[in-house]
Design a protein around this ligand. Structure first.
Ligand code: GLV
Ligand code: GLV
Length: 325
């Protein structure tokens, strides 16, 4: 039997590439950059399944190019880059990688909390620049994480994992979630968003990006936060109004921000680049050797399942399965 055709929009870690090559007839973007629209068009026209990244915008026009396209598998948990409604209409399964990147992303949210609160990146740059002239009473004072209040927005897998870590730091944990929800193995209190914003010293965003969460943090929300508040975003950039965030930081309405994602990624508002109380990362929440490998294997398994009529581990639009096989 001939192997199914897979178009991959970017080279993945080696173990994943090795596995893919045993299972598929493969075409892929060999350059170390995001695939162009022309490349996506050609690849999609040719393949049975597409393995893509969160930086590939897979819209209705692309999805309509090939009536034989059966599966779009995102190498990410967030899938706001894919027009899922169009895929569902066209009978194309959309899959993602939930679960496997939860702990790595929660670790990174915490890394950002510490980096901003204790001025890690700034201190490192200062030291490397040869500016350290000895211990000094007022050098690089920051904020305590231990004993402070953490507010988690979104009590899904990642938000819950962020919240759970707080028990090691004697923190009061508040969380906001649209529906009523308990976080297992965690002493935390579900509260309204405004209350969370007013009470928290650290605020972590752990929600998917949808029309409902677009700019969930805007001017008003920023104005409710404490002056010492530090906001952490490892979710999607456009959950925060970046213009309003810059303004709040500039005016000192909040103390700092740790960002792994940006509203117009990979573009970043230039003002952010000049601010010392901001730590900026290049969207690396899931970027550990282990997690990026496991994500790849899950993304591939999802495709193999769809193509052979099994129910995949992670499908976003279940309702298409009946139509595919
Ligand atoms: C990363 O941002 C992901 O959604 O997996
Ligand atoms: C994503 O995996 C989430 O549920 O937070």
């Amino acid at each position: 039997m001939s192997k199914p055709k897979l178009y991959l929009t970017r080279i993945l870690p080696e173990e994943v590439m090795d596995y893919i090559s045993t299972k598929f007839e493969l075409r892929f973007n060999m350059e170390n950059r995001i695939a162009t629209r022309e490349e996506l068009i050609e690849g999609i026209k040719w393949c049975d399944a597409l393995l893509c990244l969160l930086s590939d915008k897979i819209d209705a026009e692309l999805l309509s190019l090939n009536p034989n396209l059966k599966c779009v598998s995102n190498y990410a948990v967030g899938y706001n880059n894919i027009d899922v409604a169009a895929a569902t209409r066209l009978g194309i399964a959309v899959c993602n990688t939930p679960g496997v990147l939860t702990e790595s992303t929660a670790d990174l949210a915490w890394a950002l909390m510490f980096a901003v609160a204790r001025r890690i990146a700034e201190g490192d740059a200062f030291t490397r620049a040869g500016l350290f002239e000895g211990w000094a009473p007022k050098l690089m004072q920051g904020y305590d994480v231990f004993g402070s209040t953490l507010g988690v927005i979104g009590a899904g897998r990642i938000g819950s994992a962020v919240a759970r870590r707080a028990s090691g730091f004697n923190m009061r944990v508040l969380y906001f979630n649209r529906s009523k929800k308990k976080i297992d193995n965690c002493e935390a209190t579900q509260v309204g968003l405004d209350y969370l914003l007013k009470e928290s010293d650290f605020i972590s965003l752990n929600i998917p990006y949808t029309s409902e969460t677009h700019h969930i943090i805007n001017e008003k929300e920023l104005s409710l936060m404490k002056r010492n508040a530090i906001i952490i975003n490892t979710a999607r950039g456009a959950c925060i109004n970046e213009v309003a965030l810059v303004e709040a930081l500039r005016k000192g309405l909040i103390a700092g921000a740790g960002l792994d994602v940006y509203e117009h990624e990979p573009e970043i508002m230039p003002e952010l680049l000049t601010m010392q109380n901001v730590v900026l990362l290049p969207h690396i929440g899931s970027a550990t050797y282990k997690t990026r490998k496991v994500m790849g294997l899950l993304a591939v398994e999802n495709i193999l399942d769809v193509l052979s009529g099994r129910i995949p581990q992670a499908i976003v639009n279940n309702e298409v399965l009946a139509k595919i096989n």
